[in-house]
Ligand binder design. Structure first.
Ligand SMILES: [Zn+2]
Length: 178
């Protein structure tokens, strides 16, 4: 038998494994329930001619909903009226505090640069989102603003939660408009 020699690749493999394990965090049952709620809000938005995106902010430990919103850009004629932007502002207003460290944002679509900026500024504790947005996403697709080590607040986002329902809504909305 040949003597066992340490495999030089092992440390790198173990590091990779550790990374995969931390990335594989799965949504809680509360996250899933909130995503269902956000999807309902997105459906309501579509009925008003808005791009269907919905968002909920809840207290992570208690599950208490602080705010929810749907995209309202057309109705409000406001470029900042994205679902998660409205929900974060309403959550802060409801508590009289601009910090949301103990809260989770659940949103059906990957946040854009504006919303990712607000997430960082509001110190949102957790972010759970549905579909990726390859054209405007600033969490993973185009930028990784929530994980940028140069910023003073970092969040490991959870993506792909009920994403097929979110994608189907968006697809259906744009198909009907064509
Ligand atoms: Zn946005």
């Amino acid at each position: 038998m040949r003597p066992l020699r340490p495999n030089p690749e092992v440390p790198a493999l173990m590091r990779r494994y550790a990374r995969l394990r931390t990335r594989a965090a799965s949504p809680s049952t509360t996250d899933l329930a909130m995503m269902e709620r956000a999807l309902d809000l997105a459906r309501d938005a579509a009925a008003k001619g808005e791009v269907p995106v919905g968002a909920v902010v809840y207290e992570t430990t208690t599950g208490k909903v602080l705010a929810e919103a749907a995209n309202a850009r057309e109705c409000e004629a406001d470029p900042s009226a994205h679902a998660e932007f409205l929900a974060i502002r309403a959550a802060c207003a409801s508590r009289g505090d601009w910090r949301l460290n103990d809260c989770t944002l659940v949103v059906t679509l990957e946040p854009c640069i504006m919303c990712a900026g607000l997430i960082v500024n509001a110190r949102v504790g957790r972010v759970v989102y549905g579909a990726d947005d390859p054209k405007a996403g600033a969490v993973r697709s185009l930028y990784r603003l929530l994980e940028d080590p140069r910023l003073n607040h970092r969040i490991t986002p959870m993506r792909g939660v009920l994403s097929s329902a979110s994608s189907a809504l968006l697809r259906e909305f744009f198909r009907a408009r064509r």
